[in-house]
Structure formats: structure tokens, C-alpha cells
Design a protein around this ligand. Structure first.
Ligand SMILES: Cc1cc2nc3c(=O)[nH]c(=O)nc-3n(C[C@H](O)[C@H](O)[C@H](O)COP(=O)(O)OP(=O)(O)OC[C@H]3O[C@@H](n4cnc5c(N)ncnc54)[C@H](O)[C@@H]3O)c2cc1C
Ligand SMILES: NC(=O)C1=CN([C@@H]2O[C@H](COP(=O)(O)OP(=O)(O)OC[C@H]3O[C@@H](n4cnc5c(N)ncnc54)[C@H](OP(=O)(O)O)[C@@H]3O)[C@@H](O)[C@H]2O)C=CC1
Ligand SMILES: CC(C)=CCC[C@@H](C)[C@H]1CC[C@@]2(C)C3=C(CC[C@]12C)[C@@]1(C)CC[C@H](O)C(C)(C)[C@@H]1CC3
Length: 502
């Protein structure tokens, strides 16, 4: 066999060997570097205020320089595609003017006003441990450590507390932005409120974010988590609706479905516990089973269970197994032997996995794999699960309720009041025989018909007209004129359609 073909064969069919013996050791080196960086953080913190201003000035200079030497060329960030938490390659980056906006520090915590000010490239995995150490946390704490705050504002983000607090950006109170002309503006509910409303989901097409203020709340030690196995789709829908109404007693709600008619509904409360607190399950320990496998075992046992999970372990419960995606990469990753021997270096860095995936693996993913999140009215849960079962038959399914508010921004409730939606996340290999991209488009149109939305981190097959029907562009277009975006930034659709995300 030709040596190139042999390498390709090994990389595709025995990728776990490469991942375990090369990528995981690289991840360890990366983690050591992160510890070193964290140690030097307090030293750098003293000068951060000034540093931040200097870094923002550099971005302004880059933008003005581009306007002088390449007027009319649209811009995007220089963050390379392999660093981003998306599966597709952002091919548009090659033809656009790239501006370096890699600002990744925490600027300050304001305990009095209960906000934290951060730069956009800081990751959730960097920010949350720092906040917890200081006794605080964010209302919507994302589950994957490598997500960045800027990416979550410019895309959208949600988690199991979103039924109470809404999408991640609803907890942000102020944005600082470098505009197409190189000016620095800030916006909030009281200052440039229309710009403030249009930033979320604008995918970097109104300006470059340089700082974000996020609301903080006091952190507690544990999440007391109740697991309730249910074996009927009707009952799952009615129980989920009932729990989302009970905002007094619930801080977190999540549902994992393991079949069309079976799932485990999880409800949780943030608590400090007391001296008699038993049943503490430190699921973040390296030798612990993957979280979804733990939940599945509770479904099989049919027992209602309650556990106390340390707050940080709860937040990052899906990080080690990247929901259930790691099982396709390291098939024996949840075996006790693997966990005890090598679990401490898991998970492999997503950026490294992306950087080293071959074209064949990519093609395999396109052909045999489905990854997407749909946001639908909660009353459509049953109908949607049935539809996804018929056209995909992928399990587990992630279901996470989120409240959407009426707004004239891009993503909003389709009612004049707050309305409960659910995110349905489908990740895995479809078990239907005729899976192809026309099924994906068909599902996107199904979501559009139900007045739902689609997350865009994977891209979309919708055409521009359909896309604009899904996301209200009315105010967005007038803000683009106000901020002189026309010849300087592309529109959202030009960054998320499948032709440019491959
Ligand atoms: C669709 C898919 C995508 C994957 N993507 C990744 C990834 O991005 N990153 C990662 O780390 N691991 C990935 N893996 C995991 C890894 O490549 C292997 O699945 C793992 O090493 C176990 O191998 P296996 O012998 O069980 O696979 P097999 O059972 O040999 O293959 C699974 C399926 O893929 C098809 N297939 C295998 N090789 C090829 C090929 N060269 N060309 C076309 N079809 C082929 C087979 O016909 C079969 O349908 C992927 C696996 C699959 C099935
Ligand atoms: N639980 C959840 O909610 C999850 C959400 N996600 C999705 O992942 C994405 C976030 O991933 P992440 O890797 O952090 O981000 P990405 O690198 O994917 O960036 C997402 C978008 O935000 C823009 N952006 C990022 N920073 C800035 C900035 N400072 N100024 C202007 N634009 C900016 C990027 O612009 P450009 O194109 O110019 O680079 C890009 O279009 C989101 O789209 C989110 O929906 C993924 C997993 C889980
Ligand atoms: C709204 C919510 C909760 C979304 C969760 C999305 C995750 C399931 C996505 C985000 C990033 C993601 C697309 C990713 C992958 C799987 C699904 C992930 C983890 C993987 C690891 C699959 C294997 C691929 O070869 C590759 C390494 C490129 C990607 C990287 C990103």
C-alpha cells in the first residue's frame, strides 16, 4: 500500500490510536501551559485595565488601516477556523480581511453592581473557575470549556438554566464594540439600545466586540439534582412543561431522551448543602463514567434518584464526552480501564482534533453524521421528536428549555410575551437508511414552519429568503446602515450558509 494511503487508512480507521497516543499527550502539554498562564494571571491582572485599552487601540488602528488600503473589502475576525467550536470550516475567512481580535482576559469583577467585565476571547473554561473561586458565577454557564464569551454573544448560547434566564446574551448588560469606521462605541439597554438588541446572533457583522459585561450571581457549592426516568412521550412533554413553570423550585432543567418514548428528566437547585449532605457525586473526577452514560444507567434502573454534584462538575458535565461525540472518536473511552489509566488527560482539545482531521474523516462526517440544534416552541416537543425519529433516529437527544423574550433583534419570541421554547440537540450517526443533505433542509423547513429557530454553528441549507423569514432582519438592516457596515462587513447569511461553511 502506498505510504500516503496507509497513513490515511490508519488515521480514519484507527483514529483513536492517533488520538490516544498523540493528541492526548499534546492536550496535557496544553493543560500545563494553561496552569502556568493561570498562575501568572494575578500578576497580569494589575495591569489589565491599561492593557485592554492598548489592545482595543490596536484593533482600531487595524480597521482604519484596512479602510485606507483596502476600502470596500469586508472584514471578519482572524480567529482560525480550527480554533472555533464548529464542525465546519469557515471558508469565508480566506477571502475577507482578517482583523486580530484575540483579547482573552477577565478585566474586572464589580461585586457592588454584580457584573463581570471580560474580553471576548476568554473561554468559559477560563472564566467560570475564576468566578467560582471569588464566590460568583454566571446565570447561564455553558457546558463546553472551549466556548468563548464573544462567540456565544455573536452566535447564541444556552444551558439548563436558560428556562429561567433565557439565552446567554440575556445575561449580558453592556457591549463595547469597534465599528466599521474604527470608532469605539458602547451599548446597553440605556445607551444605543437598538445596537444592543441587534448584537446577539449578528455573527460579527456589526463590528468587533472588545468587552462584554455579564451579570453575576452568588455561587453555591452544589447542584442538588433529581433524575426522573419517564417512559412515555406525552408524559415527558407534560412533565417538562410543568417543571419549567416551577421557577421557584428549579434552577436547572435538562432532559436526555434515549428513545422515542424514554427519557430522564433532570431538575436541579443550587445549594450549599449542610453537614449531613450525603450522596455527593463528584462527576468531574477523571475516572467517573461519562455523564450521559450515568444518566442512561438510571433510566435502565427506573429509579428516581437524587444526588449532590459540585457546581463546577455539574456545569461541565458534558465536556469530557463532548455530549456523546467522543464515543465515535475513542470507542472504548468510557471503559473503566481506559478511564482509570488515561481518563485524567481527557478530553482531547477540540482545536487539536479539528486541526488533525483528514479530508476522508470530514467526508465521512458529511455523509454519515448529523450535528444540529433546533429551537422550537415547547408545545411542539412531541411532534418534533416524532419527526426527528422518523427522519434521523439519533439518540440520545439533548432537550433544554429556554425562555425567549419579544424583541426586534434577530432572535426573539414569536409572541408578544416571554415564551418557553426547547432546544433539541441531535448529535450522532442517523440510523435511517436514506440519510442525505435534502433531509437536513427538510428538517430546517419543518422548524421554520413551527416558527422555531436553528443554531447556526453548523451552517444552514436555507436560502436567503427563508433565513430572513426565520430571523427578523428589520432592525438589523437599519443598524447596518447606521454603523456603515454595507461595504465593511458581510451579512449574517453570508457567514452561515452551507456554501461558506464546509
Ligand atoms: C462517519 C464517521 C466519522 C468519524 N469521524 C471522526 C473524526 O472526525 N474524528 C475522529 O477522531 N474519529 C472519527 N471517527 C472515528 C474513527 O474514524 C473510527 O470510527 C474508529 O477508529 C473505529 O473504527 P471502526 O473500525 O469501528 O470503523 P468502521 O466500522 O471501519 O467504519 C465505520 C463506517 O465508515 C465507513 N468507512 C470507513 N472507512 C472509510 C473510508 N476510508 N471511506 C469511506 N467510508 C469509510 C465504513 O464503511 C462504515 O460505514 C469517525 C467514525 C465514523 C464512522
Ligand atoms: N451550549 C451552547 O449554546 C453551544 C453553543 N455553540 C455555538 O458555538 C459558537 C461559539 O463558539 P466559539 O468557538 O466560541 O466562537 P466562534 O469562533 O465559532 O465565533 C462565532 C461567531 O462569533 C463571531 N465573533 C467571535 N468573537 C468576536 C468578536 N470579538 N467580534 C466580532 N465577532 C466575533 C465570529 O466572527 P468571525 O466569523 O468573524 O470569526 C463568528 O461568526 C456559537 O455560534 C454558539 O452558538 C456550540 C456549542 C454549544
Ligand atoms: C447548543 C449545544 C449544546 C450544542 C452542542 C454542540 C456540540 C455537540 C458540538 C459543538 C462542537 C462540535 C461540533 C464538534 C464535534 C462534535 C460536536 C460538537 C462537540 C467534533 C468533536 C466531532 C468530530 C470532528 O472530527 C471534530 C473534531 C472536527 C468536531 C469538533 C467540533
Amino acid at each position: 500500500m502506498h505510504s500516503d494511503t496507509l497513513t490515511e487508512y490508519v488515521l480514519v480507521n484507527y483514529r483513536w490510536v492517533f488520538v490516544v497516543f498523540f493528541l492526548l499527550p499534546c492536550t496535557v502539554l496544553g493543560k500545563m501551559w494553561a496552569v502556568f498562564e493561570k498562575k501568572s494571571w494575578s500578576r497580569r491582572r494589575r495591569s489589565t485595565g491599561l492593557d485592554h485599552e492598548k489592545k482595543v487601540e490596536n484593533i482600531q488602528c487595524e480597521v482604519r488601516h484596512k479602510n485606507l488600503h483596502a476600502p470596500g473589502r469586508v472584514m471578519c475576525t482572524a480567529r482560525p477556523s480550527w480554533r472555533s467550536m464548529t464542525i465546519a470550516e469557515m471558508t469565508y475567512k480566506k477571502r475577507m480581511f482578517n482583523i486580530n481580535v484575540h483579547l482573552d482576559e477577565m478585566i474586572s469583577i464589580d461585586s457592588h453592581n454584580r457584573t463581570v467585565r471580560v474580553e471576548p476571547s476568554i473561554t468559559v473554561g477560563q472564566l467560570i473557575p475564576i468566578l467560582i473561586q471569588s464566590g460568583w458565577t454566571v446565570p447561564v454557564a455553558l457546558e463546553l470549556e472551549d466556548l468563548t464569551i464573544g462567540g456565544l454573544v455573536m452566535g447564541i448560547g444556552l444551558e439548563s438554566s436558560s428556562f429561567k434566564f433565557g439565552l446567554f446574551h440575556k445575561t449580558c448588560t453592556r457591549y463595547e464594540l469597534v465599528t466599521a469606521d474604527g470608532d469605539l462605541i458602547t451599548c446597553s439597554e440605556s445607551e444605543n439600545p437598538d445596537v444592543f438588541r441587534c448584537i446577539p446572533f449578528s455573527y460579527g457583522t456589526l463590528g468587533f466586540l472588545t468587552a462584554i459585561d455579564i451579570r453575576i450571581i452568588p455561587a453555591k457549592k452544589y447542584v442538588r439534582l433529581q433524575y426522573r426516568p419517564i417512559r412515555s412521550l406525552e408524559k415527558i412533554q407534560s412533565s417538562l412543561i410543568a417543571e419549567t413553570i416551577d421557577v421557584e423550585n428549579n434552577d436547572f432543567i435538562e432532559l436526555l431522551m434515549f428513545g422515542k418514548n424514554e427519557g430522564v428528566l433532570m431538575t436541579g437547585q443550587m445549594t450549599d448543602g449542610d453537614q449531613n449532605t450525603k450522596n455527593v457525586n463528584k462527576i468531574g473526577r477523571f475516572y467517573k463514567p461519562w455523564f450521559f452514560k450515568h444518566v442512561e444507567s438510571l433510566l435502565l434502573s427506573q429509579k428516581h434518584t437524587e444526588e449532590y454534584i459540585p457546581l463546577k462538575d455539574y456545569y461541565f458535565r458534558h465536556n469530557n464526552s463532548l455530549f456523546w461525540e467522543v464515543q465515535d472518536i475513542i470507542p472504548s473511552g468510557n471503559h473503566p480501564l481506559f478511564r482509570y489509566l488515561l481518563g485524567w488527560i481527557m478530553p482531547a482539545k477540540v482545536a487539536l482534533l479539528k486541526l488533525t482531521q483528514t479530508d476522508t474523516i470530514k467526508q465521512l462526517y458529511d455523509k454519515h453524521h448529523f450535528i444540529d440544534d433546533f429551537i422550537l416552541p415547547i408545545s411542539n416537543l412531541k411532534e418534533s421528536v416524532e419527526k426527528f425519529h422518523e427522519h434521523l433516529n439519533i439518540y440520545p437527544i439533548w432537550v433544554c428549555p429556554t425562555v425567549l423574550s419579544p424583541s426586534n433583534g434577530l432572535v426573539h419570541s414569536h409572541a408578544p410575551v416571554d415564551k418557553m421554547y426547547i432546544d433539541i440537540g441531535l448529535y450522532g450517526e442517523p440510523k435511517v437508511s436514506n440519510f442525505n443533505s435534502s433531509i437536513v433542509k427538510n428538517l430546517e423547513l419543518f422548524v421554520l414552519k413551527l416558527k422555531g429557530f436553528k443554531m447556526m454553528y453548523v451552517g444552514t441549507y436555507l436560502n436567503e429568503y427563508e433565513f430572513k423569514k426565520m430571523f427578523n432582519h428589520y432592525l438589523y438592516q437599519s443598524i447596518r446602515i447606521q454603523l456603515n457596515c454595507k461595504h465593511n462587513f458581510p451579512e449574517v447569511y453570508d457567514k452561515v450558509n452551507k456554501k461558506v461553511r464546509r
